[in-house]
Write a protein that binds this ligand. Structure first.
Ligand SMILES: NC(=O)C1=CN([C@@H]2O[C@H](COP(=O)(O)OP(=O)(O)OC[C@H]3O[C@@H](n4cnc5c(N)ncnc54)[C@H](O)[C@@H]3O)[C@@H](O)[C@H]2O)C=CC1
Ligand SMILES: O=c1[nH]c(=O)c2[nH+]cn([C@@H]3O[C@H](COP(=O)(O)O)[C@@H](O)[C@H]3O)c2[nH]1
Ligand SMILES: [K+]
Length: 511
């Protein structure tokens, strides 16, 4: 018999999530910290495949928020390309939102996102204006002035720069289609890229060989750019092989028409975009949508409690969006005195939604990969980001400089700024002329492309899962439900210790 005294452990080392979140205190991501688990697999083996909604599975558990400084077509294309999803905002007309959706659905991976296209009658002056605003050096010319029109030619800065008369029409200076290197859309992207590289040319329009209609553009610069990015992995696609795309709508009567029109163009999921989703308006809307366009999944919200969740789940919601006042630009908790700490909100709502087999989206307050990891391990199936993706190349709006720093605008959808643009037709509009903002407007730094950011972010999350000993989302759920995933709160000093400290100076470079 061994003489060594048997080793005893404290009865309680950390808490189960149920214990921690059942004490009448609400916490957010930074308040809580997870205990490491046992590692017997590599971080690269972690599978983060998850449900966006009841019927949609995606490989990358991150989505972009339907805000007018975050998600239009370019962001939705980029997010689906890296295996996540984007939700088009609706602070624009129905026609504009449909045009954005069509651009996503028409996009082919490997092609330039939304190539510049002009009509043959456009003047060089018009081209100059476009170039200054959008910073491009060439444009395809089609009979309709848009992708889908018959390709007539290509106009580059070289064709146009030395022409003194700026009222000259594009048709008079362009290189016509018959003299161009043109690819056929039936060829794969790899073959098209090879053709372009071999030709030593800079750009190649790609057409439908039978009709001559422009399908897209491949450029030497875009091939080079792709080589600099981490491999994106499998994209998120719909049943027809097109990029997945979601969109937001409201709960006003006109939003019913908008929803039906979006469904006709192939939208995959609709978010009912509200700060407080537990309303008769939303319940009626969920029921209407499930009856009228059952092929489209409906995401209801925002909510933060089980009571709110139950009503929306009973109405038939296919996913719930969780978060009230947690967003970086949100002032709802200050203005309205309602909301909840985001970690508690996610945990509590996820617990109830799991009983309906409905996934939840943790929306707002995500600042780093650790927050995504916490959201997912507390029960969210995806994390929704606003500020993290604002300021990227794919976010709407142009860059400008503030105190020498390159920035883009980022604003809350309930800010006065956004309300002026259009959401005032709904936002607190019951009060007539009185407008009380529930968000702010400001700027965020240039962050480069989301196509580069997301793969690193996801790898950070995979490392977090590995540290906790969870191989997948389902495994994390198992550990959490069994009480094997241990969690504690952190004091202010512990939080400070967990961050960078005692440095004279440092630079935080994440990847
Ligand atoms: N997640 C969050 O913490 C917050 C998000 N936001 C964002 O701000 C934007 C605006 O949010 P909300 O003002 O909550 O938008 P909303 O459209 O849900 O509500 C605006 C007002 O219209 C009323 N309303 C809605 N449907 C109606 C109908 N059918 N008939 C009559 N009245 C109706 C609502 O009760 C509310 O008073 C959204 O993009 C939202 O995501 C704003 C504040 C907080
Ligand atoms: O109180 C608010 N006032 C607003 O004006 C506002 N606009 C957006 N949102 C919500 O914030 C989320 C984005 O949050 P992050 O920037 O932290 O990612 C978004 O996804 C929204 O849920 C708002 N909340
Ligand atoms: K906030």
């Amino acid at each position: 018999m061994s003489k060594r005294k048997s080793v005893t452990m404290d009865d309680v080392d950390g808490f189960s999530a149920a214990q921690l979140f059942g004490q009448g205190v609400c916490y957010t991501y930074d308040d809580v910290i997870f205990h490491p688990g046992h590692i017997n697999f590599a971080a690269t083996e972690v599978d983060l495949t998850t449900k966006l909604t009841k019927n949609i599975t995606i490989r990358t558990p991150i989505v972009s928020s339907p805000m007018d400084t975050v998600t239009e077509a370019d962001m939705a294309i980029a997010m689906a390309s890296v295996g996540g999803a984007g939700f088009l905002h609706y602070n624009m007309t129905q026609e504009e939102q449909i045009a954005n959706l069509k651009a996503v659905k028409a996009h082919r991976l490997g092609y330039v996102t939304r190539p510049e296209v002009v009509s043959p009658d456009a003047t060089l002056e018009f081209l100059d204006e476009l170039a200054t605003r959008r910073g491009f050096t060439s444009a395809c010319v089609t009979d309709t002035g848009a992708v889908g029109g018959k390709l007539l030619g290509l106009v580059t800065s070289r064709d146009a720069e030395l022409v003194a008369d700026r009222s000259t029409k594009v048709v008079d200076v362009m290189t016509s289609a018959s003299d161009l290197l043109v690819g056929s859309a039936t060829d794969g992207v790899a073959a098209l890229e090879e053709l372009l590289l071999k030709s030593k040319k800079g750009k190649m329009p790609v057409v439908n060989a039978e009709t001559g209609e422009l399908v897209g553009l491949i450029t030497r610069a875009s091939i080079k750019q792709k080589k600099l990015l981490p491999p994106p992995g499998a994209p998120s696609l719909d049943k027809k092989g097109r990029l997945l795309c979601g969109a937001a709508i409201g709960t006003r009567p006109a939003d019913r028409d908008r929803a039906v029109a979006l469904a006709a163009e192939g939208v995959d999921a609709l978010i009912l975009d509200s700060s407080q989703g537990d309303s008769t308006y939303q319940i009626e809307m969920v029921k209407f949508l499930k009856k009228t366009i059952p092929e489209v999944d409906v995401i209801a919200g925002n909510i933060v409690t089980q009571n709110q969740a139950r009503r929306l789940l009973d109405a038939g919601a296919d996913a719930l969006r969780v978060g009230m006042g947690s967003g970086s630009i949100c002032t709802t908790q200050e203005v309205c005195a309602v909301g909840r700490g985001q970690a508690t909100a996610v945990y509590k709502v996820a617990n109830l939604a799991a009983q309906y087999d409905v996934p939840i989206i943790a929306d707002g307050g995500i600042q780093n990969s650790g927050h995504v990891t916490k959201a997912l391990t507390l029960g969210a199936s995806t994390a929704m980001c606003g500020s993290m993706f604002a300021g990227t190349t794919e976010a709407p709006g142009e860059y400008f400089y503030v105190d020498g720093v390159r920035v883009k605008k980022y604003r809350g959808m309930g800010s006065l700024d956004a309300m002026k643009k259009g959401s005032d037709t709904r936002y607190l509009s019951e009060s007539g002329h009185l407008k009380v903002a529930q968000g702010v407007s400001g700027t965020v730094k240039d962050k480069g492309s989301v196509c580069k950011m997301v793969p690193y972010l996801i790898h950070g999350v995979k490392q977090g899962f590995q540290d906790m000993g969870a191989k997948s989302h389902a495994h994390a759920t198992e550990l959490r439900n069994a009480g094997d995933m241990r969690v504690e709160t952190r004091t202010g000093a512990a939080q400070a210790e967990g961050g960078v400290h005692d440095m004279h100076s440092y630079k935080k470079v994440l990847w």
